[in-house]
Design a protein around this ligand. Structure first.
Ligand SMILES: Nc1nc2c(ncn2[C@@H]2O[C@H](COP(=O)(O)OP(=O)(O)OP(=O)(O)O)[C@@H](O)[C@H]2O)c(=O)[nH]1
Length: 245
């Protein structure tokens, strides 16, 4: 069981650390409608070689590959979770950063519930390009929850990291995105970040569903946002590649 909080409350437009009382009540009463059945979609975009595929591989398969193989078009993974005891499925779409594959990747932005703009903490240009990626990916997404994720934290000294963090948080603020620094090599903050994204999208989607439905919610106390990964032995893990690396 993990609590879900932003990396830094000052670097997030989302101040939730508790599920909405309506959401807690609906889950406790098993009144979650289609939310447990609907598959949510996250897309990861960003410059070439910033580490998008490594982030997905670290989270989904707990592996890290030092060799670079460009993503051709898009690739995706499916992860299952338990959120407040409700099964929840997330599709994670890993897109190509190379310009020549952009038109293929862009067609997969449609309907995304989570947009993750990745940049390399050791490559300032990739941070400068983040707003362009956010604009393109969010245009066709579905009122997405936005994240700006710095990658390769392990390559930076404390001093170098502190310098880039200030600029990254400023960019995140202008984008209306929550900021996270990660390392797929060491695994630092990878799970915390994805659990946070899942908790946020679950809460947001369920509130929308409940507001749209006529059944009144019984109010019960709020609790810390909690997300658990599904027991992989209970569910067959679905994995499908659109294009391979
Ligand atoms: N040191 C370090 N290297 C990393 C990390 N994440 C990725 N890399 C390296 O960065 C290179 C690119 O990683 P990828 O994950 O393939 O990059 P990508 O963003 O998916 O690249 P495209 O698919 O071409 O857009 C590889 O050599 C990785 O080993 C990290 O956290 N730390």
């Amino acid at each position: 069981m993990e609590n879900s909080k932003p990396y830094c409350p000052g670097a997030s437009p989302y101040n939730k650390i508790n599920f909405h009382p309506k959401v807690k009540a609906a889950c406790a009463e098993n009144r979650t409608g289609r939310v447990g059945l609907k598959i949510c979609k996250a897309v990861i975009v960003g410059d070439v070689s910033v580490g998008k595929t490594c982030l997905v591989n670290r989270f989904c398969n707990d592996v890290f590959n030092r060799d670079y193989k460009a993503t051709i078009g898009v690739d995706f993974e499916v992860e299952k979770f338990q959120v407040l005891s409700i099964p929840f499925t997330l599709q994670i779409w890993d897109t190509a950063g190379q310009e020549r594959f952009k038109c293929i990747a862009a067609s997969y932005y449609r309907g995304a519930n989570i947009v993750i703009v990745a940049f390399d903490l050791s490559d300032e240009q990739s941070l400068h390009n983040a707003p362009k990626w956010m604009m393109e990916a969010s245009e066709n997404a579905d009122s997405p929850i936005k994240f700006l994720v710095g990658m390769k934290r392990d390559l930076l000294s404390e001093a170098a990291y502190t310098e880039i963090e200030t600029r990254a948080m400023a960019v995140a603020s202008t984008l209306g995105a929550e900021y996270w620094p990660t390392s797929s090599k060491t695994g630092q903050y990878v799970q915390e970040f994805f659990f946070r994204a899942v908790a946020m999208v679950f809460d947001t989607n369920l509130i929308r569903e409940l507001d749209a439905s006529t059944v009144p919610a019984k109010q019960i106390g709020s609790g810390m946002i909690q997300v658990q990964r599904e027991n992989s032995q209970l569910y067959e893990k679905k994995k499908k590649s659109q294009c391979c690396k």
